[in-house]
Design a protein around this ligand. Structure first.
Ligand SMILES: *Cc1c(COP(=O)(O)O)cnc(C)c1O
Length: 407
């Protein structure tokens, strides 16, 4: 069997950080020396694991037989014909077990935690997507799992809360502050600090201090590696553009990493512009953010005059984050990737169009990338193509969409 090193599958040095964890000017190590030492241990354990054929074989086995990889690459002929320009293709991460790409890195993080002899994995969750994926991996691999979630989010995200309970994780309701994601992060961090030696903090995107951005990117790069092989087999060429929605940036960097060494392929990230870029209700971090520091790393950031993260908005809770992964900040600076945005209304439209023309109900997060393809394809030729990452399925969003659109 040809088992590849997940980091090696990112074919280009542009996405490998320096020894301190900086991608260009972005990312970097945590300040706190005690936590810094523990994170350095995680980075070292990751390198040893990645070089171990037994670890790679276990990843490959679970990808194939549990997650259901490779996920298909699909030519959306109806949608392409409707748009009357470039061919639109989808990488179907929505067909993974648990319905999104997050399971890719959760399996990797939990395998690593177990190798390190940790007793529990810990995370915060906003809408519950990361919590469900982590609780799933923890159930599978037999390790204690603790998820911190704001009480306001718990009231809103009923099905995911039920899933986490059924999967057997310990759900910690967080009532402090506004009872939402940022408070859940603070609460999870307090719990981590009570027993950091026995706990693995499993971050849910390519965010946070080193080594998380490179670790999560490495586990997600399977998306781009597969997509490149599948698309080339199907068409004999590379896509003209690859596109993905950007919250923290993990599904986008996973897709990009398969194409970054092919300069003829355009890389496009789509941020949520919410009610509009001229309002204060959006989360278009790369489009409108300024350099800042939050949650232990340096990134473009939506911030107030004192450098504190601003409240952000997107109809897709998975995109609702005032920072963004350091790789994307670096790709933007280099001009290698382009970042655009889609509004809440464009995402709703794309959600309905994809459902009715292709029979695929996408996550509202993914619908932002679909909205970009619908807007962009008519400006391109029929012999050109856009490969869109469908990061997740929309089951979690159906009641909300019905209520919001008055259907
Ligand atoms: C969490 C989530 C996202 C956003 O996270 P990234 O790290 O930017 O990929 C996108 N799509 C789905 C379906 C998600 O669950």
């Amino acid at each position: 069997m040809n088992i590849q090193h997940p980091i090696d599958t990112a074919p280009e040095h542009l996405l490998i950080p320096d020894a301190k964890g900086y991608f260009g000017a972005w990312g970097g190590p945590i300040d706190d020396p005690r936590v810094g030492a523990l994170l350095a241990e995680i980075g070292a354990a990751l390198d040893v694991a990645l070089a171990d054929p037994a670890f790679q074989a276990e990843m490959s086995r679970l990808r194939a037989t549990y997650i259901g990889r490779p996920s298909p690459v699909y030519h959306a002929r109806n949608l392409s014909a409707d748009c009357g320009g470039a061919q639109i293709w989808f990488k179907r991460e929505d067909l993974n077990h648990t319905g999104a790409h997050k399971i890719n890195h959760c399996i990797g993080e939990v395998l690593l935690a177990k190798r390190m002899g940790k007793k529990r994995v810990l995370a915060e969750t906003g809408a519950g997507q990361h919590g469900v994926a982590l609780a799933t991996a923890a159930a599978l691999l037999g390790i204690e799992c603790e998820i911190h979630m704001g009480v306001v989010d718990i009231a809103k995200e009923h099905p995911n809360v039920s899933r986490m309970k059924i999967l057997g994780c310990k759900l910690v309701p967080v009532a402090r502050g506004t009872g939402t994601l940022k408070d859940a992060v603070d609460s999870a961090f307090d719990s981590y600090m009570q027993d950091p030696e026995n706990t693995f903090f499993a971050i849910g995107s390519v965010t946070g201090p080193a080594p998380y951005p490179r670790m999560v990117q490495g586990f997600q790069s399977v998306i781009g590696t597969e997509a490149r092989r599948q698309f080339t087999e199907a068409t004999g060429t590379l896509p003209t553009e690859v596109a993905a929605c950007v919250g923290g940036g993990s599904n986008a960097i996973g897709l990009f990493s398969g194409f970054i060494d092919a300069p003829e392929v355009g890389l496009v990230g789509i941020e949520p512009s919410g009610h509009g870029l001229d309002t204060d209700k959006h989360a278009a971090t790369l489009t409108l953010g300024k350099p800042g520091h939050m949650h232990g790393f340096r990134c473009y950031m939506l911030q107030d005059d004192d450098g504190a993260p601003l409240p952000v908005h997107s109809v897709a809770s998975g995109l609702d984050y005032p920072g963004v992964g350091p790789q994307h900040c670096h790709l933007k600076d280099m001009g290698r990737a382009r970042y655009e945005s889609a509004t809440d209304d464009e995402a709703f439209d794309a959600f309905m169009i994809l459902s009715r023309r292709e029979g695929i109900i996408p996550a509202l997060e993914s619908a932002h990338a679909v909205a970009y393809a619908i807007r962009r394809a008519p400006q391109m030729r029929p012999d050109q193509s856009i490969l869109v990452n469908l990061s997740g399925r929309g089951d979690k969003d159906i009641d909300f969409v019905i209520r919001s659109l008055g259907l």
